[in-house]
Design a protein around this ligand. Structure first.
Ligand code: NAD
Ligand code: ZN
Ligand code: ZN
Length: 347
């Protein structure tokens, strides 16, 4: 079968012919219907040899941690799914047994590191291939009649902002304000989730006019360029200098500093982007009771919630589609910042 693989640290990913995998005991094979391209893949492929080695992901590795498919073959002993089922893949795999996993929060598995469990596409072969293996049927969520191409990105670009926003829901009451920094793949879904779940006024910040236009189309009340003037623009728009919550989908030093300027007493700053920025926390470093969080992906039940938001039409992903042969181009466009919404590979 064909697969998009990261072969050598520092080189662009390549389309390669690899053996079609056979499901072992307990495993499920999917015929992939859609695979999303995330900026985290670009981050991993941008690491130096030493930094990459610290992650320990073996190469070559098939990319893709957002996946959807049709159940195609079952390993010995698999129950609960049938050949022909349309499913989405829950990506942050865990052990299934620890306290976090027992609550469906496999993204926060206490033992994944020790057991060497990694998500597909981030340490083991992922979804950017004709077929992929799933280690356990619990990592599959029924898609029903949701279009896999339009919805595959919800497994990360929807689930991650959903989980990030849920942590601040108690504060996003009438009259509250939420800032979304970076309105690309994750950010443009975050805006819709904020609009669907909260009465907050939503303000989008990005460095690109095209992304700001998309932010407004999907429901942002205000959209401004992310620069030194942004705090003044926001203050003029909402009538006060600080906001209730900042969701930073970039998290490089300039956006983290911007988020700090916008945070006031009891504000939440939620760092979702895998940037290299850092921030101070402490009695004299922040307004009283201001919090800073850095959440990771989301839980299995939260993925079900997000798919439900898509079924009711409250959230949809703006997608640009690419064939498997065109997948390297999708990553080039992601790197260059010229995608509208999410790039989805359709094998
Ligand atoms: P993306 O490239 O689709 O979107 C990033 C957006 O940020 C783009 O619209 C870009 O124009 C904008 N941007 C760049 N610099 C900016 C700046 N200085 N100010 C404001 N906007 C700026 O990326 P994505 O796939 O949506 O991923 C976003 C981030 O989230 C990445 O860092 C990714 O690694 C990370 N991520 C984290 C998790 C998690 O679990 N924490 C999960 C998935 C992705
Ligand atoms: Zn991702
Ligand atoms: Zn666990």
């Amino acid at each position: 079968m064909k697969a998009l693989q990261y072969v050598k640290v520092g080189s662009a990913p390549e389309i390669r012919e690899v053996p079609t995998p056979e499901p072992g005991p307990g495993q499920v094979r999917l015929k992939v219907t859609a695979a999303g391209a995330c900026h985290s893949d670009s981050f991993v492929m941008g690491l130096s040899e030493d930094d990459y080695a610290a992650f320990g992901y073996p190469l070559p590795m098939t990319l893709g941690h957002e996946g959807a498919g049709i159940v195609d073959a079952l390993g010995e002993g698999v129950a609960g799914v049938s050949v022909g089922d349309a499913v989405a893949v829950y990506g942050p795999w865990g052990c299934g047994r620890c306290y976090q996993c027992a609550q469906g929060k496999e993204n926060y598995c206490e033992r994944a590191g020790e057991l060497g469990i990694t998500p597909p596409g981030l340490g083991r072969d992922g979804s950017m291939a004709e077929y992929m293996l799933i280690d356990d049927p619990r990592f599959l969520v029924p898609l029903g009649d949701l279009d896999p191409v339009k919805n595959v990105a919800l497994t990360d670009a929807g689930l991650t902002p959903y989980h990030a926003i849920r942590g601040s829901l108690g504060k996003l009451v009438p009259g509250s304000t939420a800032v979304v920094i970076g309105t690309g793949g994750l950010g443009h879904v975050a805006i819709q989730i904020l609009r669907a779940l909260t009465p907050a006024t939503v303000i989008a910040l990005d460095v690109s006019d095209e992304k700001l236009a998309l932010a407004s189309e999907v429901g942002a009340h205000h959209a401004f360029l992310s620069n030194d003037d942004a705090p003044d623009e926001i203050a003029r728009a909402i009538g006060r200098p600080t906001v209730t919550a900042v969701f930073d989908f970039v998290a490089i030093q300039p956006t983290i500093d911007l988020g700090a300027r916008l945070s006031g007493v009891e504000s939440d700053v939620v760092l979702v982007g895998v940037g290299a920025g850092k921030t101070d926390v402490g009695m004299l470093a922040r307004p009283y009771d201001a919090t800073v969080r850095a959440p990771y992906w989301g839980s299995r039940p939260e993925l079900m919630d997000v798919l439900q938001l898509a079924r009711t039409g409250q959230v949809s992903v703006e997608t640009e589609t690419f064939s498997l042969d065109e997948a390297p181009e999708a990553y080039r466009r992601l790197h260059e910042g010229s995608l509208r919404g999410r790039a989805v590979i359709v094998p």
